[in-house]
Design a protein around this ligand. Structure first.
Ligand code: FAD
Length: 509
């Protein structure tokens, strides 16, 4: 079947979903839900998957975009979580999404804030992480090992580092996805290619073991989707549909710094957070020139918002921490935008059966809560998959489908290439190759047929990419185009400037 998602396909598949009984209904189309839809569809099961908003509307678009090998979990003794992360990182790098996921270098500057003994411990940790890499089967070619750099070399990679007192830096490598939202789109489209019905703007109002009451958010129409198994993959909102699932959301804020705010930065940075043992702020240069800096970890009290706000207190905290490693402090003027996401951390596992991994985290600080995932079956038979992280979405999806459909054949996704993972034509420009992989030629073809589509919109993104998103990536409105298919919308003035282009793409014949 074709992998293209668009308004016309949504319409006809919505009609079918009202009458058919599917093997699996997946609720939520973040990385976990889209992964579950793909896992189930590629096992030969019939699947409907709904999201109240858009693909990657929730936490999955607000991550740091690290596909991490789980080093920090080793540090806290969670060996199983670390191993799972290293294995899943390997699958993404080598088999499933080599066009979207690649190694990225990070520097930990050895400033006076990092005593020699701590530097030695950190290097030992990196070496352990490298051993995990090797054990998971990831070749050094794809993920180089750690090393120690002299100060001059560190400054060549990160010229904005404070040179005064710099003894050098620890260089480490980890995986990174070019854009978390693009990973979700690739998962959903690959699921669609295996026959899954991917239905955005469809809110589940109530779940049961044999289906859900759903509202089409575009028309207000309510109807039932009947299914033999139901998976709740609504992340931080899971408890709203399955009250036995208790979560302790934790807010993580990133700043979007203007291109050039940190000079010609060629590596990410790990900046020690003053007063914290082994916690670091991250500085993450993006391919489009912007630099993200994160990451806070604050418990959220009260109702879970659709789109969390990044408070000024988080912005000030991050500017201050990152500034400690730089030759000039960052100011509010360096901040072009900010975003926050909510980690769906598991609090307690109430009365539900645990079908996968879960633990009771009690009332600890959210930064200390487990990042393991849980698969929980509630008394009405709904299977909820929650917790975990972007890196391990595939394993979470596999565990959820195993629990929901115990008689299905085994998961096939560990080696299943996502849309775009095929060979890339040699003359493909790097930016298109990194975002579209083997589909990049089709984008170039669009531009050749209508040169007006080669018109740049923002950040090197062309009108052709927006038209492509409408035709093939399920974008239904300007928000889908600017906030999820591209990330132009992270900076409010860029978003406003690009709005007419998004409208033009939606109207393009
Ligand atoms: C700040 C931050 C940084 C992070 N960084 C990393 C990182 O670098 N690497 C990493 O591996 N992990 C990272 N994580 C963790 C990772 O992002 C999440 O664990 C993961 O994205 C969760 O995905 P999900 O699909 O479970 O949930 P979500 O992406 O939140 O998806 C849930 C979906 O359910 C939909 N939904 C909600 N209610 C309904 C309803 N009633 N009906 C239908 N649909 C509904 C929502 O619209 C949403 O699209 C980070 C998390 C945060 C917060």
């Amino acid at each position: 079947m074709n992998s293209s998602l668009n308004a016309a396909r949504r319409r006809w598949e919505l009609d079918e979903a009202r009458t058919d009984v599917v093997d699996v209904l997946v609720v939520g189309l973040g990385a976990t839900g889209a992964g579950a839809a793909l896992d189930a569809a590629s096992r030969g099961l019939s699947v409907a998957a709904v999201d109240a908003h858009d693909l990657a509307f929730g936490t999955s678009r607000w991550s740091s975009k690290l596909i991490h090998g789980g080093l920090r979990y080793l540090a806290s003794g969670q060996v199983g979580v670390a191993w799972e992360s290293a294995v899943e990182r390997d699958a993404l790098l080598r088999f499933t999404a080599p066009h979207l996921v690649a190694a990225h270098p990070y520097l930990l500057p050895l400033t006076p804030a990092v005593p020699r003994a701590q530097a030695a411990t950190l290097m030992a940790g990196y070496r352990l992480g490298d051993a995990l890499r090797a054990a998971a089967g990831t070749p050094r070619r794809l993920l180089p090992g750690p090393s120690r750099l002299a100060a001059g070399r560190a400054l060549a990679l990160a010229p904005s580092l404070r040179a005064d007192g710099l003894r050098g830096a620890l260089l480490s490598w980890d995986g990174r996805v070019v854009d978390d939202a693009r990973l979700v789109v690739a998962l959903a489209r690959t699921a669609a290619a295996h026959g899954a019905r991917i239905l955005t703007r469809c809110r589940a109002l109530a779940l049961a073991g044999d289906g859900a009451r759903v509202r089409d958010e575009l028309t207000g129409d309510e109807f039932d989707i009947r299914a033999r198994a139901v998976i709740n993959a609504t992340g931080v909102w899971a408890g709203e549909l399955t009250p036995s699932v208790a979560l302790r959301p934790s807010r993580g804020t990133h700043l979007v710094l203007r291109p050039g705010a940190l000079g010609a930065l060629r590596a990410g940075l790990h900046v020690p957070i003053p007063g914290e043992r082994a916690r670091f702020a991250l500085v993450l240069p993006q391919a489009d020139g912007r630099v993200y800096a994160g990451l806070t970890d604050e418990p959220l009290d009260g109702p879970v918002p659709d789109v969390p706000e990044a408070p000024e207190s988080d912005v000030a905290f991050l500017l201050e921490v990152v500034g400690t490693a730089l030759d000039r402090p960052l100011s509010r003027a360096d901040v072009a935008g900010a975003f926050a996401g909510l980690r769906p951390l598991i609090d307690t596992v109430d009365t539900a059966d645990t079908a996968g991994t879960a633990e009771t985290a009690g009332a600890g600080r959210t930064a200390d809560l487990s990042r393991r995932h849980a698969v929980l079956r509630s008394p009405d038979g709904v299977v909820t998959v929650v917790g975990g992280k972007l890196t391990t979405y595939r394993r979470m999806a596999e565990d959820a489908v195993d629990a929901a459909c115990p008689h299905a054949r085994a998961s096939r996704t560990a080696r299943l290439p996502l849309v775009g993972a095929g060979p890339v034509r040699p003359d493909t420009p790097g930016r298109l190759a990194r975002r579209y992989g083997s589909e990049a030629w089709a984008l170039r073809d669009l531009m050749r047929r209508d040169p007006a589509l080669a018109e740049p919109v923002a950040l090197g993104i062309t009108l052709a990419e927006l038209v492509w998103s409408v035709r093939h990536e399920g974008a239904l409105d300007a928000g889908d185009l600017l906030d999820r298919r591209t990330r132009i919308g992270l900076v409010p003035e860029d978003r406003a400037a690009a709005l007419p282009a998004a409208e033009a793409a939606l109207a393009y014949p």
